[in-house]
Design a protein around this ligand. Structure first.
Ligand code: NAP
Length: 302
């Protein structure tokens, strides 16, 4: 499986996020054909982890992935998917064992596969005891339908409750160089309990690709003006490091996550196949220890 210690095989740590594969309910102007191309490009480039969810297109993302992956050896990549939004109850969040067991069966059918490598509870509901929800997934792990149990968007307290019996394998939560709260909030507990961490929004929804400038501050209103200026100047430093490797800013940022031993897998999203090609090239980069530290320091206030 994925590791939460330093991974010697970098390729095992690079995946793709697929909320723009079939995610018509989340983003405007998506074409299914781009979604098929994204998944094909990822598998042709030997990407080893595909992260999806029922919520991306209400099953459409999983269907597109399922159509493509039939043509590739199943053992050559891992699939992570998630559920919690109940299609039979206005997408209300549901973590009950009955719901989760059905959600896994439905996802397996859409993905046209007989196992899911990581199945995450996408969001916590209000009422289900978290250890009971996770125990239901653990039963499916024993039966072979899933290979690892994950939770996503859980607070530390909810993760602890879910992991009461040591049954949580992975946590997926928001994290990037400009959203580093998880480092103090979650990582100590996760590491102590050998739980892997998969960050979402690693490129801060495109901000960390370097394609935005100070003029775009209003597109990222979660940051103050000062924070946004710090990010843009930190990206200038990343650009210099990138030049040492004939690489782009986004490739260098992704290489930083891959080198970070606390991160199990990096799943940058993509709008089209060429972004996948671009992001996969990050595997050609080996940051020096000094470069790694320089990037760490440039974003230390986030
Ligand atoms: N568990 C959860 O609740 C949760 C929540 C959110 C996401 N996720 C997962 O995490 C994955 C990653 O998050 P994300 O996709 O939202 O954000 P992200 O990885 O931070 O950003 C991805 C976006 O950046 C842009 N981009 C990517 N590569 C690029 C490149 N080489 N050059 C220029 N632009 C590039 C694309 O958007 P544009 O072209 O539009 O700029 C792409 O859609 C998702 O796909 C999904 O699988 C999980």
């Amino acid at each position: 499986m994925l590791h939460n210690q330093k991974e010697s095989n970098k390729a095992l740590k690079l995946g793709i996020g697929t909320n723009k594969v079939g995610g018509h309910n989340l983003f405007e102007g998506l074409q299914d054909e781009d979604g098929f191309d994204i998944v094909r490009e990822a598998l042709d480039s030997k990407v080893q982890m595909i992260d999806t969810a029922y919520m991306y297109g209400l099953g459409r993302s999983e269907e597109i992935i399922g159509e493509v992956l039939k043509k590739y050896p199943r053992s050559s990549f891992k699939i992570a998917t998630k559920a919690a939004q109940d299609p039979d109850n206005d997408l209300k969040i549901n973590n009950t064992p009955t719901f989760l067991k059905k959600a896994v069966d439905d996802a397996l059918a859409r993905l046209q596969t007989d196992y899911i490598d990581i199945f995450y509870i996408h969001f916590p509901d209000e009422n289900t005891p978290k250890d009971e929800a996770v125990a239901a997934l653990n039963d499916l792990k024993k039966s072979g339908k899933i290979r690892a149990v994950g939770v996503s968007n859980f607070s530390l307290e909810q993760i602890k409750e879910a992991n009461k019996n040591g049954q949580v394998d992975y946590v997926e939560d928001a994290y990037s160089l400009v959203h580093r709260e998880a480092e103090n909030k979650l990582w100590p507990y996760l590491q102590e309990n050998h739980i892997g961490f998969v960050p979402y929004f690693p490129l801060a929804s495109g901000l960390l690709t370097g394609k935005y400038s100070l003029a775009d501050a209003d597109k990222f209103d979660q940051f103050t003006k000062e924070q946004f200026e710090t990010i843009i100047s930190a990206l200038k430093l990343v650009e210099k490091i990138a030049e040492n490797h004939n690489a782009s800013i986004s490739q260098t940022i992704l290489a930083w996550y891959i080198a970070n031993p606390s991160i199990s897998a990096v799943i940058p999203g993509a709008r089209n196949a060429s972004q996948v090609t671009n992001n996969v090239a990050t595997l050609n980069i080996d940051l020096t220890e000094t470069e790694y530290q320089q990037i760490d320091t440039a974003f230390e206030n986030f």
